[in-house]
Design a binder for this molecule. Sequence first.
Ligand SMILES: *Cc1c(COP(=O)(O)O)cnc(C)c1O
Length: 369
Amino acid sequence: MNTPIREQRSLKNIIPYVPGKPIEEVMREYGIKDVIKLASNENPLGPSPLAIAAIEKVLSKLNLYPDGKSHHLRQALANHLGVEPEQIIVGNGTDGIIAHICLAYLDEDNEVIVSRSSFPMYDIYTHVMRARLIKTPSKDYGLDLDAMANAISEKTKLVFVCNPNNPTGTIVTKAEVETFMAKVPANVLVVFDEAYYKFVASDEYPESIEYIRQGQNNVMILRTFSKIYGLAGIRLGYGIATPETLAPLYKIKEPFSVNLLAQAAGVGALEDEAFLQTTVEANHNGQLYLYRHFDRLGLRYVESHTNFVLVEIGPHAQAVQKALLEKGVIVRLCTGYDLPKCLRVTVGDEMQNTRFIQSLEETLKELGS
Ligand SMILES: *Cc1c(COP(=O)(O)O)cnc(C)c1O
């Protein structure tokens, strides 16, 4: 008998993460040439040009292992953020750091608090560590920090606060975060996932980095180069926390978790203020375009602080997503986020947004809704 080797017990609880379909896969499966992807919140303007230039300079050094401490990159981040290099950890994408946080902090008798309809990677690594996942209800499509605070027990080790929240695009405010933090015990680590923080224009958005500057050990902030800097393909994210809080992560991190090209790209991207500005402006205009057309089509949406918009389609959201795919437009169905009636669409460039709206309008007509 050739039975499969039995997997680790806790993996049966895991719903695998379903990434946005790659463009080439849709081309192959549907036999279409012209495919656009608005499913993974990638930057439609391409990668930061200064990051590309920095990568080109180090290509000839690829025979060497990268600096395991990512010295230059952590120094550049520290200067950029106004913290110490010792308060920064870099990782193979923010996803890599989320995994390391769970590996480094979770025991089997721990509880982890996340919100319903939030980023699914927290759930996956909580299950891997056999800790208990507690999901609190959402409020107006966003996180309910009161509910999250109330869920804290003696067993709680981690609370993941995705701010802005993926897939809804909502934020929790400075006032809400202050009230929340006042209730969090010192032995509970609050992880603020701020993958989209550079897109946020609201005055009410918290400066969570102040907690780190003040040396508070129960806060960690996560950010990424994938979204606003257009570097999703290189896999680079970072965490900000006190050295005491980062120490367990350094114990288990792979020695070369951030590759040589990624380290160079990060340093280059941080200097690319012009690219950042252009991205933010294009995103803002794209958002307004999408809102205008959702209004015209009578579709409800959540006003977004990010580069994506959650739109309510109704019971036939899955059929709409599939029909869009057949027209070469990839968007995200939110069933896996517990929002089965919704689609999440990345704000694209002008051509992509126009094509998406046209295809959506056609699809809604075809499906008679
Ligand atoms: C995209 C995203 C990440 C992952 O970023 P990577 O650095 O590409 O791994 C993490 N958290 C949220 C909320 C995201 O949307």
